[in-house]
Design a protein around this ligand. Structure first.
Ligand code: TYM
Length: 340
C-alpha cells in the first residue's frame, strides 16, 4: 500500500534581487491563498540557491529581509505560515548532499534553466552549485515531506526532477519514505512576460528595468511602465482564442486577470474591442490599487530589520522541528550512524 502523507505546502523564492510582479502573481499571491485555505504552509527565502551566482554579501542580506517584508506585506502571517531563510536550517544542505548522490549528473545537464543561465558555452565556468541547484531544491521540498508546491510555470521541470529524485531514493533504498510531490501551477498568471517583449519571461535579472514591475516601484513608475508596455496595433479581441499569436496583448490581459482574480475570459469579455489606450490606464489603476498597499507596508516593515530577523529566526526554529526527524530517518535509511 502506498504511504500516505499529510497535506503540506512548501515553496521558495530566491532573494537574488528585488521581487517582481511575476513573483507576486506566479507565487506570492498564491502562497497567501494557500495559507487562507488552512493547509500547513512553509515558505522559504532560498539564500543558498541565490549564491549559486555571485551575490554581494551586504545586498544579499538586504534582499533577504526585503523579500521577507514582501511576504508579510502581501499577507503571509508568520504565525500561521512558517517563513524563514534556508541557510538557517542546516538540514537543507545535508539532505541536498544525500540527493547529490542519488541524482545523476545527466539529469542536471538537462535542466533548461541551467542551459539558459550558462547559455550552453559557459557551463564549465559556472559554479558547481548552479549545476546541483535542482538537487538542493528537491531537498528543500522533501525535507518537510511537502506534498504540494505552488510555483510559476518556469519551475515545472525542477519539480519533475524533485519527483524523480524522490522516486529514485525510494527505489534504491526499498522504501516509500519520500512523497511524490505535486506541482501546483494554476491561475491566469503562472507565466508573466516582460513588458517590453511578450515572448520573454518577466525577470528580476533582465537588464531593462522597464521590462518588469518591481514590488518596490511607486505608483507613478508602475503607471509609466504600463503605459510604455509593448502592444500591437489591434484592439483587444472578442474571444480568448483571439489572443493567440499576440504575446504582448495576451500578457497584459493575463496580468489584469491575475491582479483582479477574474478568469481571462471575463477580462476579454469586459474589454472586447477596446483599444490599448483605454485598457492600459485601467490596468495601471488596478496594478497600483493592488500593489501600492504592499509597497507601503514593505517600506514600513523594512524600518525594523531586527523584527524581520526575529520572525525569520522563529520560522527557522519551527521549520527545524519538522525537518530534524525526517533528516534523522533519512540518514538511518542510508546507513549512517546517528547519535542515538
Ligand atoms: P524564483 O526565485 O526564480 O521565483 C520564485 C517564484 O516566482 C515564480 N516566478 C514567476 N511566475 C510567473 N511569472 C514570472 N515571470 C515569474 N518569475 C518567477 C517562480 O516560478 C517561483 O515560483 N528555484 C526556485 C526557488 C526554489 C523553490 C524551492 C521553489 C528553491 N527551492 C522549492 C519551490 C520549492 C526559483 O528560482 O524561483
Amino acid at each position: 500500500m502506498a504511504a500516505s502523507f499529510k497535506p503540506r505546502i512548501f515553496s521558495g523564492i530566491q532573494p537574488s534581487g528585488g521581487l517582481t510582479l511575476g513573483n507576486y502573481l506566479g507565487a506570492l499571491k498564491r502562497f497567501v491563498e494557500k495559507q487562507e485555505e488552512g493547509i500547513e504552509t512553509i515558505y522559504c527565502l532560498v539564500d543558498m540557491h541565490a549564491i549559486t551566482v555571485w551575490q554581494d554579501p551586504e545586498k544579499l542580506r538586504q534582499q533577504t529581509r526585503e523579500a521577507a517584508a514582501a511576504f508579510i506585506a502581501a499577507g503571509i502571517d508568520p504565525k500561521r505560515s512558517i517563513l524563514f531563510n534556508q541557510s538557517q536550517v542546516s538540514g537543507h544542505a545535508e539532505l541536498a548532499w544525500i540527493f547529490n548522490c542519488v541524482a545523476r549528473i545527466g539529469w542536471m545537464y538537462r535542466m533548461t534553466q541551467f542551459k539558459d543561465k550558462t547559455s550552453g558555452k559557459n557551463a564549465e565556468n559556472s559554479s558547481l552549485g548552479l549545476l546541483a541547484y535542482p538537487s538542493l531544491m528537491a531537498a528543500d521540498i522533501l525535507l518537510y515531506h511537502a506534498t504540494m508546491v505552488p510555483v510559476g510555470e518556469d519551475q515545472k521541470q525542477h519539480l519533475e526532477l524533485t519527483r524523480d529524485i524522490a522516486a529514485k531514493f525510494n527505489h534504491d533504498y526499498g522504501t516509500e519514505f519520500f512523497p511524490i510531490t505535486e506541482p501546483v501551477i494554476e491561475g491566469a498568471a503562472t507565466r508573466v512576460m516582460s513588458l517590453t517583449d511578450g515572448t520573454k519571461k518577466m525577470s528580476k535579472s533582465d537588464p531593462s528595468d522597464n521590462s518588469r514591475i518591481n514590488l518596490t516601484d511607486d505608483a507613478d513608475t508602475i503607471a509609466k511602465k504600463i503605459r510604455r508596455a509593448k502592444t500591437d496595433p489591434l484592439p483587444l479581441p472578442e474571444t480568448v482564442e483571439g489572443l493567440k499569436d499576440r504575446p504582448d496583448a495576451r500578457n497584459l490581459v493575463n496580468i489584469y486577470a491575475g491582479l483582479s482574480g477574474q478568469p481571462v475570459a471575463g477580462v476579454v469579455a469586459e474589454f472586447a474591442g477596446a483599444q490599448f489606450g483605454t485598457f492600459k490606464p485601467k490596468l495601471a489603476e488596478l496594478a497600483v490599487a493592488k500593489l501600492a498597499p504592499i509597497t507601503t507596508e514593505m517600506n514600513r516593515l523594512m524600518k525594523d530589520p531586527a523584527e524581520i530577523d526575529r520572525i525569520l529566526g522563529d520560522g527557522a526554529d519551527r521549520a527545524d522541528v519538522i525537518a530534524a526527524p525526517i533528516l534523522a530517518r533519512t540518514k538511518e535509511i542510508v546507513g549512517m550512524i546517528g547519535r542515538g
